[in-house]
Design a protein around this ligand. Structure first.
Ligand SMILES: [Zn+2]
Length: 274
């Protein structure tokens, strides 16, 4: 599912496709994805929200912003909050899962696909309200802002994935960053020394930039965790393989309902703190 790098990839792709262009037609093929309010759960869209989206999106297009995994697309008549959910993506061209098709003034199409309909679009007439919704309930952005203090007894990996603490990091980015930092994913967040926190902050940035580099400058994307999806990551789903850094056999366990991969050599459980 998309995490910060995939959403940032989407932001850059749409920005590139739109440069100097206007949207002339908005076809909402499935009104379930255009909603009155932001939600992280499946919820019904509405025809009136779809009409408002058409009104807003056909006005002059402005900047596309990102905070964590959310996008905000500014227009002269308001803004659209874009949320990819688990399987949403924006592409050029058609698909049988197309939910919304935007036609540009050069005839190009931008299409929102979402087989599971957890992502979508929320139209805002008022830009201030839209800006507030972009950050509502989210911690600082994992790519742009300093990593905040990570406190409490919860496992450090789960705290990193808590969007109210830091926005944008999901399962894959969290485990890979912890491996880069040499910190066991089950360590209590509050047990990290200030030096480990610094190391983790640096590792998060290296990890996010490394994933952005892997995604490349193109405009098509397949998410990891999708069947048949690519796996360019050194740790994710590689239990039984040697750690690329130290050669120790990589291991896996369940954590918060999700798989965690780790290196027993690089990530000692609660000893070897430096
Ligand atoms: Zn290792």
């Amino acid at each position: 599912m998309p995490e910060l790098p995939e959403v940032e990839f989407c932001r850059r792709a749409i920005t590139g496709w739109m440069s100097g262009r206007q949207i002339v037609t908005v076809d909402v093929l499935d009104p379930r994805v255009v909603r009155e309010a932001r939600t992280d759960r499946p919820s019904a869209g509405s025809d009136s929200a779809a009409r408002r989206m058409q009104h807003i999106a056909t006005s002059r297009s402005g900047e596309l912003m990102r905070h964590g995994k959310r996008l905000l697309w500014r227009f002269e008549r308001g803004a659209l909050l874009l949320h990819l959910g688990m399987t949403g993506r924006w592409t050029r061209g058609a698909s049988r899962f197309a939910k919304v098709v935007l036609t540009l003034d050069n005839g190009d199409h931008l299409t929102f696909h979402d087989p599971r309909i957890l992502g979508g679009v929320v139209p805002f007439d008022d830009f201030e309200a839209a800006s507030a919704a972009l950050k509502e309930g989210l911690g600082p952005d994992a790519l742009r802002d300093p990593l905040p203090p990570l406190v409490g007894k919860r496992a450090i990996k789960l705290v990193l994935m808590d969007q109210t603490v830091v926005a944008g990091i999901g399962n894959v980015q969290a485990m890979e960053a912890l491996w880069r930092a040499g910190i066991h994913p089950s360590r209590a967040a509050q047990s990290l020394s200030s030096r480990e926190h610094e190391r983790l902050a640096a590792a998060v940035l290296v990890q996010l930039h490394a994933t952005l580099d892997l995604l490349g400058p193109g405009d098509e994307i397949t998410y990891v965790e999708e069947p048949g999806g690519p796996n360019p990551f050194p740790l994710y789903q590689r239990d039984g393989e040697p750690c690329p850094t130290c050669g120790t056999t990589l291991a896996t366990f369940r954590q918060g309902g999700r798989g965690t991969w780790w290196c027993p050599g690089c990530q000692p459980s609660d000893t070897g703190r430096k």
